[in-house]
Design a protein around this ligand. Sequence first.
Ligand SMILES: [Zn+2]
Length: 324
Amino acid sequence: MTSVETAKGSVVSTNLGRVLMHEHVFVISTEIQNNYPDEWGDEETRISDAADRLNELKAAGIDTILDPTAIGLGRYIPRIQLVAARTDINIVCATGLYTFNELPHYYQRRSPVNGVDPMATHFVQDITNGFADTGIKAGVIKCATDKLGLTPDVERTLRACAQAHRETGCPITTHTNAETKRGLDQQKIFAEEGVDLSRVVIGHCGDTNDIDYLQALLDQGSILGMDRFGIDGYLNTQQRVEVVAELCKRGHASQLVLSHDASCYIDWIEGEVPLAPLPNWHYLHISQDVVPALLQIGVTDGQIDEMLIRTPHRFLDSVNKGGY
Ligand SMILES: [Zn+2]
């Protein structure tokens, strides 16, 4: 038996249960919140609110979330540790870096040493030694490519993630802009870096119903993140359900994972979750609405288990295959 790292330590991979593969706990503009703390309010209240929401999710039948809150999204693992202590849900934490364009100046002026990017050195440290002095280790590597595409700094980030992946075996999960087919750019860079594309989740694929694009990503072996249920601005729930059903019908259930990309608190949009413009964008939408809708249009219980259990376990456990 092999184990997966979480905010409460190692968990045997077969005990991860049902997994939502892309949910944030907190998305925070750290420097703004540190200087203008009024909106965040009381730390204890935020932590207990997060624990309550995660306990509701556990009661709805979900056992694990993958929280891809990397550097750039306000990651602060000691706070996640406090939340984790108050819930039975497993939280898999992420290393990596989230930018659509430029790197933080910190990395811009630190160049690779003997071919090793200092970003990759940090990512490997999070995976092998843990985040700072928390004792918690990263279980996944996160990066992003948006409309701007492979800017020099985005490409450098992807290659640094691939380096850390090669060294540790830790799997990769991404943010993409689906409309501009950024997943293909990511697969190209990762393939150049020798990454086994079956150990990569191309994120936010559920934002499009361009089946040809999704099929092209599937053909190269990656897992698709159908991971923004509740964000109706790209596709509404019914449209997202139809795309998942079509891909299941084509025999790809084992290459799909489900999630919302929701949070307990996200300071990018004013207000508390669920936010007024996005009433379904919360942790419970898949359990309450999406799974019943999938079953109703012909997706089988076995395919649901594939997407929520077997594929997440296979992906998260791939760290145990080691580097290459
Ligand atoms: Zn996200």
